[in-house]
Design a protein around this ligand. Sequence first.
Ligand code: PNS
Length: 161
Amino acid sequence: MRRAIFPGSFDPVTNGHLDIIQRGCKLFDEIIVAILVNPEKTAFFGLDERSEILSQVMQTIDHGDCKVTVDSFEGLLVQYAVEKNAHAIVRGIRAISDYEYELQMALMNRRLQPRLETVFMMPAEEYSYVSSRLVKEVFQLGAPIDGLVPPLVEQRMRQKK
Ligand code: PNS
């Protein structure tokens, strides 16, 4: 039973995240999509909303035999991963610019917990420029975001406006 954690802020979940989860499902038997609880960061969607949206969206994607669950965590990611008996952390890398930060995190996490591996996955090219931050920015400036996020996310963002 190979279990991985896919951590992130997911504010909001994008089609790029879904692409990574589906790719991760080819490698792991279980993926826990883990939302970071970060009280210092003002989020567009609260933790409960993100959790509910993610859970609903997970039911709409094809994840084969892989079990996908949604959870949240506070504090150190490696500690959470050990508590969940996870073997790996999955992170998506879009461009070289992501690599430096991701490498630092992966190496720090390895130092803290050498048994835990970080697996980097590349999303489909069509999502290589999609980030939660840019989705929020263009949405707030009135641009369309269809195709970048699941329809439920777009709907919930419009309700918030
Ligand atoms: O979606 P994000 O914001 O890029 O995700 C970043 C995340 C949640 C992976 C990272 O901030 C994290 O792991 N935070 C938990 C605290 C922690 O373990 N920090 C040390 C990382 S080396």
